[in-house]
Design a protein around this ligand. Structure first.
Ligand SMILES: CC(C)(COP(=O)(O)OP(=O)(O)OC[C@H]1O[C@@H](n2cnc3c(N)ncnc32)[C@H](O)[C@@H]1OP(=O)(O)O)[C@@H](O)C(=O)NCCC(=O)NCCS
Length: 147
């Protein structure tokens, strides 16, 4: 298992993994994550990219914008490895906290974040569009001071 920092040349691999999400980001959205302050990390098993994380650092806080593991590779600990990597990188950069937003219906991701020690600190009503209506976003925070 290895990690690498992605470059725009990795966009096709990111797009392929992202295409399996219920609400996938567009190529333009993914491409915009190679700007100032962003960190895009890839997790590899052998020669296959099995997952990625995208975060942005502003001042002393990181925000996780996206994390995704190939469907066939879920439930095997890869999501946790990506989160461990995020936390290690944020701590090394001197961050005080990591924030994220997640759809209230996304029980897999919420399970992962709680498992890592993230705590719910807010809720944005009707923040995300769905096919037919809107749903809330949970705002979660991981304190880097406490561990
Ligand atoms: C969320 C996601 C990244 C988790 O990746 P994963 O590799 O399957 O997760 P792991 O195998 O490392 O599991 C780590 C923890 O997550 C939680 N978890 C994983 N799958 C879960 C599920 N189906 N239901 C509830 N909790 C789950 C568990 O707490 C698990 O810890 P445990 O194995 O000790 O019980 C993956 O489901 C995914 O890519 N989902 C689609 C993309 C997405 O929704 N991203 C979040 C956007 S905000």
């Amino acid at each position: 298992m290895t990690f690498s920092t992605a470059s725009p040349a990795d966009l096709p691999a990111l797009q392929f993994i992202e295409s399996h999400q219920d609400y996938p980001w567009s190529e333009t959205q993914l491409a915009s994550c190679f700007g100032e302050g962003y960190r895009v990390r890839l997790l590899w098993q052998d020669n296959l990219t099995v997952g990625f994380s995208i975060c942005q650092r502003v001042l002393d806080e990181s925000t996780l914008f996206n994390i995704c593991v190939l469907p066939a590779c879920r439930g095997l600990g890869f999501g946790k490895l990506l989160m461990d990597d995020l936390i290690v990188e944020a701590r090394a950069a001197g961050d005080s906290a990591i924030f994220l937003e997640v759809r209230a219906s996304n029980s897999e991701a919420i399970g992962l974040y709680r498992r890592m020690g993230f705590e719910e600190v807010g809720r944005r009503k009707g923040y995300y569009p769905t096919v037919s209506t809107r749903e809330d976003a949970l705002v979660m925070r991981f304190s880097l001071d406490k561990v």
